[in-house]
Structures are given as C-alpha cells and as structure tokens.
Design a protein. Structure first.
Length: 340
C-alpha cells in the first residue's frame, strides 16, 4: 500500500526510534527535560527568536499564538484557504473569540496592499484588526512558497497599522529547501512562528512555537490551561531533533517526486488542471468526462494507493519520506490507466 494521502501519514524510521533510547529525559513542566530544552533552543535559533516551547500539535501552536496576541472581538486577517480557518474546528472563535476575515490571495499568498485595504478604521462598531497570519507553505495553494519579499511587504503594512504578525510554518522547512532561503529570513518579521515535525520531517508528534521570551512565558500558561503540559517529553523531542539532523535536506526528494507526478498528470487527457507544483503537494482537477473524485479514490484503494479526494472532482496527493520513486512510478501508471 502506497499512501499519498498526506505527509502527516509518515511513520518514524528505525533511526528515529533508536534516537529515543539514548535521550535524557526529565520533567518538562519544571524545565528539567534536557532533550526538550535542546529542541526548543535549537528551533528558537533556527527561526531567529528568543525562545520556544514544544507543543503537541501545530494547530495548538496556531491557537495559542492567537490567544496570546488577540482579545475577544479582535480581527485576524488571513487567506481564505488557510489552516486556521478551514481545519482547526473553529478554534479561533471558540477559544479566543476572534473574527477571521479572509483575503483572496494567489494560491494562498496575499499582498501587502490587500492587507492595507482590509484593515478597519477605528470605530465602536467594528472589530479591531489585530493580527495578520500567513501560511508557509500554503497547503491549499498546492504547497506554494511565499517569497521573502512578499512576506516583508505584508509585515511592513502590518507594522504601519500596529498589527501583530504570525506565521503558520507547518511546512516552513519545505519552503526553505525549495527556495534556499533560511528559515530565520522568512520569520524575521513575525511576532510568532512555528514549525511542525509530524509532516515531511517524519516525527510522530509535535510542533515548536517560537517568539519573544515574554511571549513564550505566556504560551506556557495556555499550554498548561489547555491540557498540553507534558512530563518526560524528551522521548518525543529526541525524534524531532533526529528529524532536524536527517530529514530536512531530503525534502528535496519529495519535491522532485511531486514535480514528476504533476508533470505526468498535466499530460493526461482526463485531467483538466494541475495546480502548479512548488513543493510536495499536488492538486489536480479531473475533467468532466473522467471519474469523479470518490470513484477514483476507491479505484486507487483497490490498486494499493491511498489518495486524497478533496471536492468538485479535485484530488490532493502528497509526497513524503514513506513514498519513493517506485511508489511514484506505480502511481503514475495507475493514474494513466484511469485518466488517459
């Protein structure tokens, strides 16, 4: 079975599992877990921030960042395709009482001028525009990469209007590998940012949220309040450290496979459109004469592939460390059989 459904489906390798055996551990909540402390220090340096905190998930990173920097009734500007709006169960509204106002970006990337146009004037009637959030890479934009200049433009406008900035960096390291731009360059204007370890980096659990020392102190409060405080988390942090040592550069292999699959799809007669493939995410639309997304998914499962039906005859595929050239070649053969 070849699983192209998501890079969240990766399983820890033997080397990653073995890294746990020698990990020093202690009570994370008391600051006594040396492996977790090492991970947080390393990510803070990687992202150019003062401090960081290890959290169970990337969604928790987003939600804590919003809770710290916004008050109930504040407004967060974000792209209409972003994760915090579409895939966090209404968390910003339920947990922080904020309003999400969406911008219509290009493959998940909006401009500084769009931010400027969306910022509300001060009025007793309006929510107070407070935060701008960007997603790097943009998941529903086909893994599109924000350029550092585009982020700078958004940050500059945000600063003009006294807004805080946040980066959902779930696949930030994919952007780093694809562009050659250091992570800290992308995050230098961000008040809060994070990276995920349970996607292309191959760890089973965890994200690390970074910001100022004061911000991270407040993040610990919400981590405790929302039930995420852990104990000997070094057993998890050791796998994340292994991922930084072994699984970053290899993301280029995922990107190459995704590009190969995307190019093959673009040549198939019953494929109407392939979203430009920038990193490890492929979206494509099936033409009207082809099978619908549910039928193609069922046929794929019978043939030994797991793929992601989205909506409206759209399919999502992701490459990751658990699918190789053999898997990609087999998938292309299957897709040609049903879409050519």
């Amino acid at each position: 079975m070849f699983d192209f459904y998501s890079d969240t489906k990766t399983k820890p390798t033997r080397g990653m599992r073995e890294a746990v055996l020698d990990a020093e551990v202690g009570d994370e909540q008391k600051g006594e877990d040396p492996t977790t402390n090492a991970l947080c220090a390393r990510v803070a340096k990687l992202l150019g921030k003062e401090a960081a905190v290890f959290l169970p998930s990337g969604s928790m990173c987003n939600e804590i960042a919003i809770a710290i920097q916004c008050r109930p009734g504040d407004e967060v500007l974000c792209d209409q395709t972003c994760h915090i709006l579409n895939f966090e169960a209404g968390g910003p509204a339920a947990l922080s009482g904020v309003v999400l106002t969406t911008l219509d970006g290009d493959l998940g990337r909006f401009s500084g001028e769009q931010v400027r146009a969306a910022v509300r004037s001060k009025s007793r009637y309006f929510p107070s525009t407070r935060m701008v959030s960007v997603e790097q890479t943009a998941n529903l934009g086909g893994g599109a990469v924000w350029s550092s200049d585009a982020i700078d433009e958004v940050v500059d406008v945000a600063r003009e209007h006294g807004l805080v900035t946040h980066m959902d960096g779930a696949r930030l390291m994919n952007a780093v590998v694809a562009s050659g731009v250091p992570a800290a360059r992308y995050t230098q204007g961000m008040d809060s940012c994070w990276i995920d370890f349970s996607k292309g980096l191959g760890a089973p659990v965890g994200g690390v949220l970074a910001g100022s020392a004061d911000f991270i102190e407040q993040a610990w409060h919400f981590k405790q309040q929302w039930g995420g405080a852990m104990r000997q988390s070094g057993v998890l942090a050791a796998m994340c450290l292994y991922a930084l040592d072994h699984n970053v550069d290899r993301l280029a292999e995922d990107h190459a496979l995704a590009a190969e699959i995307g190019e093959a799809l673009s040549q198939m007669q019953q494929v109407k459109h392939v979203v430009p493939v920038a990193t490890n995410i492929i979206f494509f639309d099936i033409a009207d004469g082809g099978p619908d997304e549910e039928l193609l998914t069922a046929l794929a499962l019978e043939a030994g592939f797991v793929i992601g039906p989205y909506r409206g005859k759209r399919i999502r595929l992701l490459t990751h460390l658990d699918v190789d050239q053999t898997a990609a070649d087999a998938l292309i053969t299957f897709l040609r059989k049903h879409l050519d």
